[in-house]
Design a protein around this ligand. Structure first.
Ligand code: AMP
Ligand code: ZN
Length: 109
């Protein structure tokens, strides 16, 4: 999707450091971290939100990507958050899973 910030990061139109990548997902550090570690795991295919996700293979690959990212970062204890819809705080309408570990900011703590 041409005006999607995460698609631009995936397509390397916007430079970013991938902390993990496989055939289905990338993971990047959140621009505005809410914990000591705050990473976003993002499917390479544009899907607006969990509500729009129909591809069961991608559902599995997304969760596998979350696990692999946590493992690569050496995390054993972490939270995962998916915001679905504006009312739930979703601001980027390209599906992503937040991984949060360590001390949380006051906003989330
Ligand atoms: P959500 O509120 O669940 O849609 O989360 C979107 C997240 O993307 C927020 O935590 C933002 O800080 C983060 N974000 C927005 N733009 C970027 C970017 N260019 N690079 C990394 N993280 C970003
Ligand atoms: Zn996108």
């Amino acid at each position: 999707m041409s005006d999607c910030i995460f698609c631009k990061i995936i397509n390397k139109e916007i430079p970013s450091n991938f902390v993990y990548e496989d055939d289905a997902v990338i993971a990047i550090n959140d621009l505005n971290p809410q914990a000591d570690t705050h990473v976003l795991v993002i499917p390479k295919t544009h899907v607006a939100s969990l509500a729009e996700l129909e591809d069961e293979e991608l559902m599995v690959k997304l969760l596998k990507g979350v696990k692999a990212t946590a493992k690569k970062l050496g995390l054993t204890d972490y939270r995962t958050i998916m915001n679905t819809g504006k009312g739930a705080g979703q601001t980027v309408f390209h599906l992503h899973v937040h991984i949060l570990a360590g001390k949380l900011t006051e906003k989330l703590g």
